[in-house]
Design a protein. Structure first.
Length: 95
């Protein structure tokens, strides 16, 4: 069983402020968790293939396709109040 001092140390590392009655509660809960982990260590997994996911996940990729622009560059430049060398010209916002 985990001691109250160990619970206090864990709480300090996790930057948790625990009251005295909470320490007893967490002492029981942490002990229960550690007991469960010890039980898991006893399970024979020698024939089980290691996995990184519980289910088989496969990325479904699609081909990148470009779309033709709906508006031509020349049409957009005609609408602009000012252009320079084929680009939109805007006022500078930086000094």
């Amino acid at each position: 069983m985990i001691t109250k001092e160990q619970v206090k140390r864990i709480a300090k590392l996790a930057r948790l402020g625990l009251k005295e009655k909470e320490i007893g509660k967490f002492q029981k809960e942490l002990s229960s968790i550690l007991d469960y982990i010890e039980k898991l260590k006893e399970v024979d997994v020698s024939g089980v293939k290691p996995t990184s996911h519980s289910i088989e996940i496969e990325n479904v990729m699609r081909a990148d396709e470009t779309e033709k622009p709906k508006t031509q560059k020349s049409e957009l430049l005609e609408l602009a109040p000012e252009t320079k060398e084929g680009y939109l010209k805007v006022k500078s916002i930086l000094k």
